[in-house]
Design a protein around this ligand. Structure first.
Ligand code: SAM
Ligand code: SF4
Length: 365
């Protein structure tokens, strides 16, 4: 019987405090809803899995990503029933990631999650410079990051990743070098470096005039094309290979991330969670209360054109690449090949510089 493989994204929409830059679907002061939320999440996971089983008896979940919000703002014991629902269907080597905020992370929480099956931790470090953490309106300080990594190792978690943010007014070459040096001295297998974006819905967006012109940080930087290129070059010397515009891996890329960018199917469950199945994008209500009031997901059938655009953008931003036969503007593709901006390997075309991925996608799309 044919194997049906799928990934699972689970959203935990709770945070202890809201960072200035963040427009993610996360809420503070909703502690009273945490227990019922986790019970409901487990029920919806069971419902979705059983729906799938009706059509595909041979179901295998190849990766799970529990993101937020702040998953460690929910007590570890609240995760048991959730794991009980999907664990029987996990592939033998399934990657099970969870995000955590160094603030309020405990050894007990990490140990319990590890014993439930988590084998990859993504820590929201953001910076190793306290003044930058204060600028970002984070509540943790750099020492908590070291402590969190120590605890993760103690809990038996070896596949460790951190998130860093760059492009703040405090970022200069010496600060970034110091931060990257610190990061690379830690036992990490993966690192995400995100350029600060001022997103609608965040406090930074509401006060954007007071932040000055962050576009100043987008151009040439220390002889590199951009701050991102500077970071990429440093990380390369330490054995971190860029596999997507913001993602670097020492050994292998995150399997779950790759599945998104390859356009593979995944279930998205939780308040505001997005999924993709059979050419249909599903999204659950963003409001926690609405999510709790009954299973509902909006469905958007992606047109062939939109699926193609997605393939071009995700592919050129990452090591996934793009199928040559799907590229509409072959005349522009020829120009890019001649200019050495893209390369061909087999039947696929890859951007040579993922930071130029969006421009390339627009040029050949
Ligand atoms: C949903 S958060 C999960 C981690 C956890 N909540 C924490 O912050 O510690 C995922 C990551 O997205 C990044 N991020 C969120 N908003 C961003 C923004 N406006 N600009 C750049 N990076 C952002 C941060 O690096 C953050 O760690
Ligand atoms: S960055 Fe993370 S901790 Fe901060 S508000 Fe967003 S989800 Fe919460």
């Amino acid at each position: 019987m044919k194997l049906f493989e799928i990934s699972l994204y689970l959203h935990i929409p709770f945070c202890d405090s809201k960072c200035g830059y963040c427009a993610f679907n996360s809420q503070i002061n909703k502690n009273h809803l945490k227990t019922i939320y986790m019970e409901t999440l487990a029920r919806y996971v069971s419902y979705k899995i059983h729906n799938l089983l009706e059509e595909n008896q041979n179901l295998q979940i190849t990766s799970v990503y529990i993101g937020g919000g702040t998953p460690n703002s929910v007590k570890s014991r609240a995760y048991s029933s959730l794991f009980a629902e999907f664990s029987p269907y996990l592939a033998p080597q399934a990657e099970i990631s969870i995000e955590a905020n160094p603030n309020s992370l405990s050894l007990e929480w990490l140990q319990t999650l590890q014993s439930l099956g988590v084998n990859r931790l993504s820590l929201g470090a953001q910076s190793f410079e306290d003044s930058k953490l204060i600028f970002l309106e984070r509540h943790h300080r750099k020492d908590s990051i070291f402590y969190a990594i120590e605890m993760a190792l103690k809990a038996g978690l070896k596949n460790l990743s951190i998130d860093l943010i760059y492009g703040t007014p405090l970022c200069n070459a010496s600060l970034l070098t110091q931060e990257l040096e610190t990061a690379c001295a830690l036992p990490l297998s993966h690192l995400s470096a995100y350029q600060l974006s001022i997103d609608e819905g965040s406090r930074f967006y509401a006060n954007k005039e007071s932040l000055g012109n962050l576009r100043d940080f987008e151009g040439e930087f220390e002889g590199f094309l951009s701050m991102g290129h500077f970071i990429k070059s440093y990380l390369q010397t330490k054995g971190f290979k860029q596999y997507e515009v913001s993602n670097y891996a020492k050994t292998s890329p995150s399997y779950h991330n790759l599945r998104y960018w390859e356009g593979k199917e995944y279930l998205g469950i939780g308040a505001g969670a997005v999924g993709f199945q059979g050419g249909v994008r599903t999204s659950m209500p963003k409001s926690i209360e609405k999510f709790l009031s009954g299973f509902y997901e909006e469905k958007e059938i992606l047109s062939t054109h939109n699926q193609l655009l997605e393939h071009l953008f995700l592919g050129f931003r990452s090591c996934v690449g793009v199928e040559r036969k799907r590229i509409p503007n072959t005349r522009n593709l020829k120009i890019l090949l001649e200019e050495n901006k893209v390369k061909q390997d087999g039947e696929r075309i890859y951007a040579k510089d993922y930071f130029l991925g969006d421009e390339i996608a627009l040029f050949v799309g």
